[in-house]
Design a protein around this ligand. Structure first.
Ligand code: ADP
Length: 625
């Protein structure tokens, strides 16, 4: 229903087209009781008006007009989209049934003969106007519904009882890449052969449909009887969901594999450690057996420490917690150091190592320890993935503005399809637990991250299985000068131990094994050592023993190491003690936090024992020169 601008429903509009003024007057008077009325004396002026004005809700049309026949007016109205449903009531003086039939078949909706009863005219026009208003409402509702369907983000299809498509919304075009005209009327399973409408459905969901690189989740629902279609089928584009679910599943699977591998990798050295310690207890006097057991312990704990270091490094790198300590250095020096460190491993597998060193200096501005770690990792892999007696070639060269390091081996090689993945976390070409070479699949991830942090790149090459592998690292050359860098200061060698009893050290660590091992080592070096395993105990022992040095683990239960440090500083008896913190974290912010708590030295675990002994010796000398 139309509404006037003041919000009240406006009256319907009726046109009267009649050349007889008298009858026009009669009709207009009757109709204006309920409707707005406009009158026209000939057909043309009415039709012209139609082009510029809103069409009436009903037209009262004299069948015999001076200019144009009623039949033509009706035909024109019916052929015009805007007026095709406009109700028309014909007025005619003739009562011939053939005329009535002609009018009705030309598109008229009702017929009244002249002279007419105005009350009857009003009643009949009212019926037509009401029908027109119902039709309008139905059309508006259908438009709204259609627009809703068109704007749904899914493909919506209506199917008849033979599964022919009777409707499809415009998403068909966007998501399926099919024109609507190519779909309507076709049997849906002919169009989409992979659609399995007959599979057992869970609820109304069917198995995924793969179509032109996308994945759709189909949903079907039967429509109630008397609907225009029997079934509605919705195809929801779930490509992104399915891809992320698959990524998550693979990540989960890799995590499980990794945990299995981690358990395996840690159990091996542990088994050796357990046997070696048994050996030590059972054969305390046997010098050769003890030495052997000690060597096993040393090797296996170093192996475990390396695994754990790699794990921690990877997690710190992924959290962006690693900072490079940059300085100018020569890549050739880092490579020489790494070769030296890896020498025992390379020798133990009887590899022939050839080192081709650049004649030119290769100045790099970066963290030499981390670059050494990169080279060591690559050498370690070359040694591991090459059968004993292999050839490993290490080359350094200057290429353009880059320093290049190549580590080439003639070992097991890498299948082409694995080349792009080996740098990903936890990725290993051979992941069976039975493989002979250890490792967790994190070495190359670390290497790539460290190289990237230096602004460099790494590539792996291999011609395939058993054809050997080559890893090329490229680092930007630094223009800070190509002078060979000054050698890094070596850790000073431990000083002579103090006289027993002259110097008191308190070791605080909640891991009793670590605390006791350190106490034993410090006692062996001549210090008088006491122990505490938590913060409160540390404060009690410190107040009683007044140690000159407190070695303090920061992660303690109850009150943590920072708080212990603050309280020791606040207590006159311990305020002067030297506080050495041991922490798993060594970033500038961690050190600052220690300093604020009153710590003198912040050492990162695992602690280099010679560094600790030197600190103690310096302190002892300072107190007792
Ligand atoms: P890990 O050696 O602990 O398995 P890495 O991240 O160092 O982990 O290496 C990932 C994978 O890349 C290895 O498992 C191995 O399959 C492959 N790979 C690495 N270096 C070599 C190499 N020099 N020759 C053959 N394969 C290698």
């Amino acid at each position: 229903m139309q509404r006037a601008s003041d919000g009240a429903p406006s009256r319907a509009l009726v046109w009267i087209v009649d050349d007889s003024p008298l009858e026009t007057e009669l009709a207009a008077t009757a109709l204006s009781l309920r409707f707005d009325v406009e009158t026209f004396q000939d057909g043309h002026s009415a039709l012209e008006r139609l082009a510029s004005r809103r069409a009436p809700d009903t037209l009262v049309l004299d069948w015999l007009l001076p200019d144009i026949s009623g039949v033509d007016v009706c035909r024109f109205l019916r052929s015009n989209a805007a007026t095709t449903t406009l109700p028309v009531l014909v007025l005619s003086v003739r009562r011939d049934p053939a005329d009535v039939l002609e009018g009705l078949s030309a598109g008229a909706d009702d017929y009244l003969s002249k002279p007419f009863d105005p009350a009857e005219l009003l009643a009949r026009v009212s019926v037509l106007v009401r029908a027109r208003q119902h039709l309008d409402r139905a059309e508006r509702a259908e438009r709204a519904l259609r627009s809703l369907l068109e704007h749904l983000p899914d493909v919506v299809l209506a199917l008849d009882d033979r599964r022919r498509v009777t409707f499809i919304n415009s998403e068909a075009d966007r998501l399926l890449g099919l024109a609507r005209s190519a779909i309507v009327g076709r049997v849906v399973t002919d169009l989409l052969p992979d659609l399995s409408l007959d599979s057992p459905a869970t609820g109304d969901a069917l198995p995924d449909l793969r179509w032109r690189g996308r994945v759709f989740a189909p949903f079907v629902r039967p429509l109630p009887a008397q609907s225009l279609a029997t079934t509605v089928l919705v195809l929801r584009d779930v490509t992104r969901d399915r891809v992320s679910a698959e990524v998550a599943r693979l990540a989960d699977q890799r995590k499980d594999e990794f945990l299995a591998m981690l358990g395996h990798e840690l159990r091996n050295p542990l088994a050796a450690i357990v046997s070696a310690s048994e050996l030590l207890t059972r054969l305390p006097g046997d010098e050769a057996a003890t030495t052997h057991a000690r060597q096993i312990l040393g090797r296996q704990t170093a192996l475990m420490a390396r695994l754990i270091d790699d794990l921690l490094d990877v997690s710190r790198i992924t959290q962006g917690k690693i900072e490079l300590r940059r300085e100018p250095f020569d890549l050739r020096t880092a490579v020489a150091r790494a070769l030296e460190t890896m020498h025992p491993t390379l020798v133990s597998r009887r590899h022939h190592v050839e080192s081709r060193v650049s004649d030119e200096p290769l100045p790099v501005f970066g963290d030499p320890t981390r670059v050494e770690q990169v080279v060591m990792n690559l050498l370690h892999n070359a040694a591991k993935y090459t059968p004993p007696g292999g050839r490993i070639r290490v080359t350094t060269a200057r290429e353009g503005h880059e320093a290049v390091l190549r580590v080439r081996d003639n070992g097991v090689g890498i299948p082409p399809e694995a080349l792009s993945q080996i740098f990903d976390l936890f990725t290993q070409v051979e992941t069976s637990l039975a493989r002979t070479q250890g490792g967790l699949g994190i070495g190359l991830t670390l290497v790539r991250s460290l190289v990237a942090m230096h602004g460099g790149s790494i590539e792996a090459h291999s011609e395939g299985p058993d054809k050997g592998s080559e890893f090329d690292v490229r680092l930007p050359l630094s223009d800070l000068g190509s002078d060979p860098p000054a050698p890094r200061p070596k850790a000073p060698t431990p000083r002579t131990p103090p006289l027993p009893g002259s110097f008191r050290v308190l070791v605080v660590d909640d891991n009793e094994d670590i605390a006791e091992a350190m106490a034993m080592a410090l006692s062996a070096a001549g210090y008088e050592v006491s122990l505490a395993f938590d913060g409160i105990q540390a404060l009690e022992v410190a107040a009683r023993e007044t140690p000159q040095v407190v070695i303090l683990d920061l992660g303690l239960p109850g009150i943590d190491g920072f708080e212990v440090a603050r309280r020791l500083r606040a207590d006159a008896r311990t305020a002067e003690a030297m506080l050495v913190a041991l922490s798993g974290y060594g970033q500038a912010s961690d050190r600052a936090r220690s300093r604020e708590a009153g710590v003198d030295e912040h050492l990162v675990k695992p602690v280099d024992f010679s560094v600790l002994l030197n600190l103690l010796a310096l302190r002892r000398d300072a107190l007792d020169p």
